[in-house]
Write a protein that binds this ligand. Structure first.
Ligand code: IMP
Ligand code: MG
Length: 184
């Protein structure tokens, strides 16, 4: 049997720390919306656990929407091109949209995604991210609500993946070097 616990370098945020921070974020978000209904956009797949944990603490009506996007390479900074692999089902015109992301790295994905919702005529667009790596930004982008800032290390768990693995870890951790160096 191949256990993946051997691949974990350091646990950065435990289950308990995540639970506590998610509740605090929900409180900030509740204070902002003051009971007004929102559309919560889960940015798949990474934000799935975070988003579902977060929205259960929100005290307004929340409709759930799922979206899967990618933005490739540096050329997207100028072109602002967003590839939508799976789109949401509802019309956001005149609505309040809360985009829920796992991690903001270069900032390219979120800045283009936010622009997309502006184009679609959303009345208010806010972004909440579980993690942010400020030192990696290539475009000027800041989330409205941020769980934790992390240094420039590759992290996995609680939805975050490396090659589509490790998403199901209950904590967030960095990976050992050998994981990147081996092939399978
Ligand atoms: P960016 O902000 O456009 O560079 O893209 C952020 C996306 O890259 C996230 O939604 C993740 O899917 C992925 N990503 C960036 N850093 C990490 C990491 O440390 N672990 C796992 N995924 C990451
Ligand atoms: Mg992502």
């Amino acid at each position: 049997m191949k256990e993946f616990s051997n691949d974990i370098d350091k646990i950065l945020f435990t289950e308990q720390q995540l639970y506590k921070r998610v509740k605090e974020l929900a409180e900030e978000i509740n204070n902002y919306y003051k009971g007004e209904p929102i559309i919560a956009v889960f940015v798949l797949k990474g934000s799935a656990f975070f988003a579902s944990d977060l929205i259960r603490w929100l005290n307004m009506h929340v409709s759930m929407e799922f979206m899967s996007v990618s933005s490739y390479g540096q050329e997207t900074i100028s072109s602002g091109k967003l590839t939508i692999k799976k789109d949401i089902d509802s019309d956001v015109r005149g609505k309040r949209v809360l985009i829920i992301e796992d991690i903001i790295d270069t900032g390219i994905t979120l800045s283009t995604l936010k622009r997309e919702f502006e184009k679609r005529g959303a009345e208010d667009i806010k972004v909440v991210t579980m993690l942010s790596k400020p030192s990696r930004r290539m475009v000027d982008f800041q989330a409205d609500f941020t769980g934790f800032e992390v240094p420039d290390v590759f992290v996995v768990g609680y939805g975050l993946d490396y090659a589509d693995k490790y998403r199901n870890l209950p904590y967030i951790a960095s990976l050992k070097k050998h994981v990147y160096e081996k092939k399978d």
